[in-house]
Design a protein around this ligand. Structure first.
Ligand code: PLP
Length: 786
């Protein structure tokens, strides 16, 4: 009885009679965090049960086979995984959408924990080949770097460049049960034929090629900018080639042929990483296609839309002008021209407001001159969106306030979502099946139907079944941990899970202080009732982020003491989950009782892990931040464990001044925990090991851990109390699942389609079987569409 075996008597509507002149959506992203592909493909094609059965007949086990597949880890976390969920939803909704990105030869590093420290190992994910991709050498394209700009009588020329070839690899993206397969096209770098390897001894000659060939994630470096331009330049050539092919046979003159470009091409920029697409499209229009500047600019703005993913200043891209001038000299000129016209316009609207011009400039002066890539994206797009209501509000009223004052209608919200195919059917078949028994299977493509579960909140049998599925998932996860890591955990304890990238703003340190607090309470009064917990923390630290690496070491050090203290016994266990990634998320999320979403209010743009836990029957302990706010709105605040400062409280505290020492002086349990960490209680061989961490918490904690500590610990007490009452807990779980419908990425994509891409509602319908949507162009010799 697996859900994918159920008979779907779904009759797809006819497609719109729009020929081949329909809108194409291009999702440009430097990251696609896809994870594994096998099971997802079987589910979306409705083949899972047939395949399971066939494999069983061969004497094999499907789950064992699935474990052999490497994750495609071409991303870091939420942003990259969002791109992957969006591809699934765009295909499922039948949109003519393409994902464009880079085929990294090494994905995100594999994390090993050695002696409590993070160690990074290269992720050679292609070493056994990749059966899901197909190289398309017939669409190979040149990408230029360096060189100089020549002002000739015939126009401006970018010459003496170094060339790298961009070779596309296509991966199919099947929609869910709808006879649609879209394409993710990832570019790989190749040296041109005439590239002489001996020249590699000549400094400068090889700079353009070799680093891209062994591409990896590098932050804030020349190679990173090269990667960003590489994907942009190759993708725009491909888009324009396809656009021109769609015009084949048209009688339009060369002067007007691009007028319909924005009606046929929508390009969504996933953060500012592909921002160079804006000056690149202008360069193509003005220098190559010879369009007048104003017309080119109008088309460009109507083509692009920009999604902002963070308000933390250190994460906003600002490229040094010198670097851009060296690598992309013509693009720098174009950016200066865009800026000049933009500032002229502002000076006209706001005369004598020099400070406004400084704030809104694309170029930041003072010290190293830099290009503010978010400003470039805002100016060059017709829509700018944040990724949750509260985040979009901060984007509009704080971070880009001046820009919103100029063009308020440009700023939108598109609350993130997750695909219910991977994040329910695939990872939690027991729960998916149970839901289908109650409300039918249509909820898989219309997740809002989960509200029908509200009827069953008081149904004792359903409550027991939901609890049973959770218990089975917990046992299975415990078995996995024992098999893979030789650690034993108690499946009847509460699984309290905090998995996401390690970052100060996500406040894994606050969780750690709670663990130490629970430990001290048990030791103080071992006879007192304690609701057993297994605290599971996992996530990767950026290799150069010292504090994040210290946080990992601290969690492991605390875990070592807690897990080996006989007074504690099985009441409290601390597990650092090694190498958190998509395929591990699929295992741990369905087994979770309590989801930790405890960022400082105003710092987490949306979060998507939070939604995955909600849909899989975990309760949330969280701050009023990111999409937690909307989760509480959907489920009712009383059905989440909300605690701590709101954005207004954080702002207020900033005004009066945050003094960590005061909380330490006032709260004895906080004082005890900090004193232990500072004095080497958890690191007896190196008593000073964590002094930098403690020093940070006292003197430069931008995320105010101590200010929320007391509310957090009190809220955790309420969590434990409710957990004692299994029935009441599970009823709250059901209310959460019933309210999770909003967080389907299908809903998110429909909103992008309607409000940003201006796709006609009829285009959102699903085409009939065996009728190509993609008439005319992009045929390969064997007739499949590119
Ligand atoms: N990493 C992985 C592997 C994920 O699956 C997710 C889930 O959304 C994330 C990171 C992002 O987590 P969060 O939204 O909690 O930061």
């Amino acid at each position: 009885g697996n859900i994918s075996s159920l008979k779907f008597n779904f009759v797809p509507p006819r497609p719109p009679a729009c020929g081949f002149l329909f809108q194409r959506i291009y999702y440009l992203s430097l990251e696609f965090y896809m994870g594994r592909t096998l099971q997802n493909t079987m589910i979306n094609l409705g083949l899972q049960n047939a395949c399971d059965e066939a494999i069983y007949q061969l004497g094999l086990d499907m789950e064992e086979l699935e474990e052999i597949e490497e994750d495609a880890g071409l991303g870091n976390g939420g942003l990259g995984r969002l791109a992957a969920c969006f591809l699934d939803s765009m295909a499922t909704l039948g949109l003519a959408a393409y994902g464009y990105g880079i085929r990294y030869e090494y994905g995100i590093f594999n994390q090993k924990i050695r002696d409590g420290w993070q160690v990074e190992e290269a992720d050679d994910w292609l070493r056994h080949g990749n059966p899901w991709e197909k190289a398309r050498p017939e669409y190979m394209l040149p990408v230029h770097f360096y060189g100089r700009v020549e002002h000739a009588a015939t126009g401006i020329k970018w010459i003496d460049t170094q060339v790298v070839l961009a070779l596309p690899y296509d991966t199919p993206v099947p929609g869910y049960m709808n006879n649609t397969v879209n394409t993710m096209r990832l570019w790989s770098a190749r040296a041109p034929n005439d590239f002489n390897l001996r020249d590699c001894n000549v400094p400068g000659q090889c700079d353009a090629v070799l680093p891209l060939l062994c591409s990896q994630f590098f932050e804030g470096k020349e190679l990173r900018l090269k990667q960003e331009y590489f994907v942009v330049a190759a993708t725009l050539q491909d888009i324009i080639r396809r656009f021109k092919a769609s015009k084949f046979g048209s009688t339009e003159s060369v002067r007007t042929v691009f007028d319909s470009f924005p009606d046929q091409v929508a390009i969504q920029l996933n953060d500012t990483h592909p921002a160079m697409a804006i000056p690149e499209l202008m360069r193509i229009f003005v220098d190559i296609e010879k369009l007048p500047w104003n017309k080119a600019w109008d088309i460009t703005k109507r083509t692009f839309a920009y999604t902002n993913h963070t308000v933390l200043p250190e994460a906003l891209e600002r490229w040094p002008v010198d670097l851009v001038e060296k690598l992309l000299p013509r693009h720098l000129q174009i950016i200066y021209e865009i800026n000049q016209r933009h500032l002229d316009h502002i000076a006209f609207l706001f005369p004598n407001d020099v400070d406004r011009l400084r704030r809104m400039s694309l170029i930041e002066e003072g010290g190293t001159k830099r290009i503010n890539m978010a400003h470039l994206c805002i100016v060059g797009s017709h829509a700018v969106n944040g990724v949750a209501k509260i985040h979009s509000e901060i984007v509009k009223t704080q971070v880009f306030e001046d820009f919103a004052a100029l063009e308020p209608e440009k700023f939108q919200n598109k609350t993130n979502g997750i695909t219910p195919r991977r994040w329910l059917l695939l990872c939690n078949p027991g729960l998916a099946e149970l839901i289908a028994e109650k409300i039918g299977e249509d909820y898989v493509r219309d997740l809002s139907q989960l509200t029908k579960l509200h009827k069953f909140v008081d149904d004792d049998l359903f409550i027991r079944e939901v609890a049973k599925v959770k218990q089975e998932n917990k046992v299975k996860f415990a078995q996995y941990l024992e098999k893979e890591y030789k650690v034993k955990i108690n499946p009847s304890s509460m699984f309290d899970v905090h998995v996401k990238r390690i970052h100060e703003y996500k406040r894994q340190l606050m969780n750690c202080l709670h663990i130490v607090t629970m430990y001290n309470r048990i030791r103080r009064d071992p006879a007192k009732l304690f609701v057993p917990r297994t605290v599971i923390i996992g996530g990767k630290a950026a290799p150069g982020y010292h504090m994040a690496k210290m946080i990992i070491k601290l969690i492991n050090a605390v875990g070592h003491v807690v897990n080996n203290d006989p007074v504690v016994g099985s009441k409290l266990k601390v597990i650092f989950l090694e190498n958190y990634r998509v395929s591990l998320a699929e295992k741990v999320i369905p087994a979770t009782d309590l989801s930790e979403q405890i960022s400082t209010a105003g710092t987490e743009a949306s979060g998507t892990g939070n939604m995955k836990f909600m849909l899989n029957g975990a309760l949330t302990i969280g701050t009023m931040d990111g999409a937690n706010v909307e989760m509480a709105e959907e489920a009712g605040e009383e059905n989440l464990f909300i605690f701590g400062m709101r954005v207004e409280d954080v702002t207020e505290l900033d005004k009066e001044g945050y003094h960590a020492q005061e909380y330490y002086n006032r709260l004895p349990e906080l004082k005890q925990a900090i004193d232990q960490i500072r004095s080497g209680f958890f690191s007896p061989k190196e008593p000073d090991l964590f002094k930098d961490v403690v020093n940070m918490l006292f003197h430069h904690d931008r995320f105010k851990v101590f200010a929320d500590y007391e509310a957090y610990v009190k809220c955790q007490e309420k969590v434990s109390e409710l957990y004692l009452n299994s029935k009441a807990w599970t009823k709250m779980v059901i209310r959460n699942i019933a309210a999770a419908g909003k967080f389907s990425s299908d809903r998110t994509i429909k909103e992008y389609a309607r409000d940003i891409w201006h796709v006609e509602p009829s285009d959102l319908k699903i085409p009939p079987p065996n009728e190509p949507r993609d008439a005319g162009e992009d045929k390969t010799p064997n007739g499949t569409a590119a």
